[in-house]
Design a protein around this ligand. Structure first.
Ligand SMILES: *Cc1c(COP(=O)(O)O)cnc(C)c1O
Length: 371
């Protein structure tokens, strides 16, 4: 019996060699590899600054800190995402406000965002769900009109573009994750990209306890003096992880190509069937972190796939339906009806560069038998 997950990392001997080299070097945590990794991601996305941190959730927290989000501030977020996209607002004492998604794509609906803007709104966090960029033009015009910061949770979308602009270069800050199921793996890891030097400086301070210099800079300049100017955290990534990230970034174009090839085969196989893929806009280049379909009998298909060794997954339980949110924020059923209806039907099918054609054929055949 095969065992096919919905997503997994793709590590080769180059990657292993890169990590082993770093283990033999002087730096295990912040060293030359962190800067190299930041440069590699920033260059790939055509952005000035990249700040690497220990995971995508820390990256979101750092972004909220850099914007100065605090008590009384509202940040608009979509419900169809991982809880971290909204939790980061709560970390800073702010209030996440949910704006429902669009029917076909399940991406945040700019018209719903507009309805949720109040005098307390400070920012919008839009999620490029599954790897498809949101309607950034509409979001940008809302943000500019109401003087809001625009943050992209791009954790699904490294390598995607919107109207020929790479995700990472569109919002004021873009957050990536390097969890093993994402496009590039570092074990745990995250990054914030921005073209704004002031935000960059705040992010760097935040990841290192709120201290303005790091240990390596002090060592090089021969100075012992440092000062803590903000309440930051230890959100640093290690040089070991960054070495893996640098090695993985070189393979990103090939990873993306393979993911798009897999998506094309799914699209073709499901056309005209009961398996309905999410709508994709003509204006985007999709990065396919996930391949999500809608199925009337989702629960049944999920269980039978699992029995066939295919570990599909549901992305996501709408954030506002999690018990914590219902209890603390009073959110619940009826707040975002489109996301709630979609939640009952969505299923993420296996999608990762190492998925073979034979494995994919088996997935397609099994899904079509059950749908
Ligand atoms: C993976 C993910 C995160 C969190 O990233 P971690 O590195 O696991 O902390 C945040 N938002 C979205 C949309 C994600 O998919």
């Amino acid at each position: 019996m095969p065992k096919i997950p919905y997503g997994r990392q793709h590590i080769d001997e180059d990657d292993i060699r890169a990590v082993a080299e770093t283990l033999r070097s002087d730096f295990l945590t912040t060293g030359p590899k962190v800067g190299e990794f930041e440069q590699a991601v920033a260059n790939f996305c055509n952005v000035q600054h990249g700040v690497a941190v220990c995971n995508g959730t820390a990256a979101l927290h750092a972004a909220m800190f850099a914007l100065g989000i605090g008590s009384g501030d509202e940040v608009i977020v979509p419900p169809m995402t991982f809880a971290a996209s909204a939790n980061c607002v709560l970390y800073m004492g702010g209030t996440p406000v949910f704006a429902d998604v669009q029917e076909g794509s399940l991406l945040i609906d700019p018209a719903k965002v507009k309805e949720k803007i109040t005098s307390n709104t400070k920012a919008i966090i839009a999620v490029d769900y599954t790897g498809q960029p949101c309607n950034w033009e509409a979001l940008r015009s809302l943000a500019d009109k109401h003087n809001l910061a625009l943050v992209a949770d791009g954790c699904h979308a490294l390598g995607a573009s919107y109207k020929d602009r790479k995700v990472g270069s569109i919002a004021d800050m873009t957050v990536f994750s390097f969890h093993p199921v994402k496009h590039v793996a570092t074990g745990e890891g995250g990054m914030i990209l921005t073209d704004d030097a002031e935000l960059d400086a705040k992010l760097r301070t935040f990841r290192n306890h709120g201290i303005t210099t790091d240990a390596r800079t002090r060592e090089e300049s021969g100075a012992w003096f440092y000062e803590m100017v903000e309440l930051g955290y230890n959100y640093r990534i290690t040089d070991i992880q960054a070495a893996l990230g640098v090695s993985q970034m070189a393979k990103l174009p090939a990873f993306l190509e393979r993911r798009r090839e897999i998506a094309k085969r799914y699209d073709k196989s499901f056309a005209g069937t009961n398996v309905i893929p999410l709508a994709v806009s003509e204006e985007v280049e999709h990065a396919y972190h996930l391949y999500v379909v809608r199925l009337a009998n989702r629960d049944e298909v999920y269980t039978m796939l699992r029995d066939a060794g295919i570990f599909a997954q549901v992305h996501y339980i709408p954030v506002h339906l999690h018990p914590y949110y219902q209890e603390k924020l009073g959110t619940g059923e009826g707040l975002c009806p489109i996301a709630e209806a979609a939640y009952k039907e969505i299923l993420s099918l296996p999608m990762y560069p190492g998925l073979t054609d034979q494995e994919q054929d088996y997935v397609i055949k099994t899904v079509l038998e059950l749908a």
